[in-house]
Design a protein around this ligand. Structure first.
Ligand code: ADP
Ligand code: MG
Length: 268
């Protein structure tokens, strides 16, 4: 099982879209894929027609399951599997979000041993999935820290626009701190998104990303494509909604590059 997290401390950069697009493509290749919605806003959960305000059984239950007085923080072995839901895409499952997750940051502040809860939960699903994609909140807190501790690699979507690079620097700073405290190296790829080749601002910021991060920026960019919004309104992964769009082709290329590097490092 390979766990990939999709993170940026800025909202609206294409995190959820990247999770859905890559998840759909992997499932289309016959992989068993799990999407996990860590964001209390629950966009990924809403994408597949569930209401994060009313839904029963979510990521929230995993975090509250370990709040026992013995302090062992063990996730019950059968719990994660009970929370999974099918999606409109065969082979793609969802571990949904509840808006209650927003209360976790306050509830868990100062509670010892909460950093590895998600990692332990996913450990119980190890034999069920080939890939797990984690969709994140932009807020730096216990959920994002858990996500970074549970993954083998990170995708950082960055919108190709004027102010995006500041958010990117913040995210990379967080990543450096986390890697230092966990004493491990986490490979990451910066993925330029919503690239619009008709605008100077988009071209300039893509050039800047490639210049400033020559080793870690993906060699291409995800173009702006209105079909992503149409796909989300239809509740379908983009590759099932319309496999021929530029956006889907770009995510297919990203996936090829990702899988290539995973095989290079022998992680599959
Ligand atoms: N490449 C793209 N082209 C056009 N619209 C996009 C693209 N990627 C994402 N969007 C749209 O932009 C909005 C924000 O994207 P989203 O993936 O929800 O960002 P995040 O999860 O980082 O907040 C959504 O309405 C989504 O449909
Ligand atoms: Mg999102």
């Amino acid at each position: 099982m390979q766990v990939i997290t999709i993170a940026n401390q800025k909202g609206g950069v294409g995190k959820t879209t990247t999770a859905v697009a890559l998840g759909g493509l992997l499932a289309g290749q016959g992989k068993r894929v799990l999407l996990v919605d860590l964001d209390p806003q629950g966009s990924l959960t809403s994408y597949f027609g569930h209401d994060p305000d009313t839904l029963q059984g979510s990521v929230h239950d995993i975090f509250t399951s370990v709040l026992n007085p013995d302090g062992r923080r063990e996730v019950p072995a059968d719990l994660p599997a009970q929370l999974l839901r099918d999606t409109t895409c065969p082979g793609l499952m969802l571990l949904p979000a509840s808006t209650l997750q927003a209360t976790l940051e306050r509830k868990l502040a100062g509670v010892e041993g909460m950093g590895l809860v998600l990692r332990k939960a996913l450990g119980h699903l190890r034999d069920e999935f080939d890939f797990v994609l984690l969709d994140n909140t932009p807020v730096l807190g216990v959920l994002l820290i858990n996500s970074l501790a549970a993954c083998e690699r990170i995708l950082i979507p960055v919108q190709t626009e004027f102010l995006a690079l500041m958010g990117l620097e913040r995210m990379l700073h967080t990543l450096t701190m986390v890697m230092r405290s966990q004493k491990r190296l986490l490979p990451y790829i910066i993925v330029p998104t919503m690239f619009d080749r008709r605008t100077g601002a988009s071209i300039k910021s893509l050039r800047r990303i490639k210049h400033d991060y020559p080793e870690t920026a993906w060699r291409y960019a995800i173009p702006i494509d209105t079909r992503f919004r149409d796909a989300s309104q239809a509740g379908l992964v983009p590759s099932l909604f319309d496999p021929s769009t530029h956006g889907v082709k770009a995510y297919t290329r990203l996936l090829q590059d990702l899988i290539g590097t995973i095989e290079d490092t022998g992680l599959t």
